[in-house]
Design a protein around this ligand. Structure first.
Ligand code: HEC
Length: 100
């Protein structure tokens, strides 16, 4: 854990590096923009509380899928929000041209 956000330890979990969903990202992911916006919102509100924001492009998608049920439990979120966060994470990865 720890230094997942890279060099800028000064900022709170590298929050400024968490990308905003847009039409381009939605198209690349084949998901509705509203779903990605929901995922982004849930992510921003909940996922930096206990550790630094785990930036989507830096976390392996399989680790992410493993971690999510636990994290949702930690954060006390409903399943629909788990799906939204995962869709958002996958969309960020696809929009960065990452394959998985
Ligand atoms: C209440 C505390 C808490 C909240 C809220 C929380 N986490 Fe975590 N997270 C942890 C702890 C503790 C660990 C490491 C131990 C573990 O796996 O449970 C962890 C580990 C992780 C990992 C694994 C990191 C790796 O390097 O494999 C990911 C990914 C992650 N969290 C993402 C999230 C996301 C996304 C959210 C928002 C839905 C979130 N976390 C919310 C406590 C939390």
């Amino acid at each position: 854990m720890g230094d997942m956000a890279g060099e800028d330890d000064g900022s709170v979990g590298g929050i400024s590096e968490v990308p905003n969903p847009d039409e381009k990202m939605a198209r690349a992911a084949g998901k509705p923009l509203s779903q990605l916006q929901r995922g982004h919102e849930v992510y921003m509100l909940n996922c930096g509380q206990c550790h630094q924001y785990q930036l989507p492009e830096e976390v392996d998608i399989f680790d992410w899928e493993d971690a999510m049920p636990k994290m949702i439990g930690h954060a006390g979120l409903p399943t629909s929000d788990e799906k939204a966060v995962l869709d958002y994470v996958v969309a960020v990865k696809k929009s960065k041209g990452q394959e998985f």
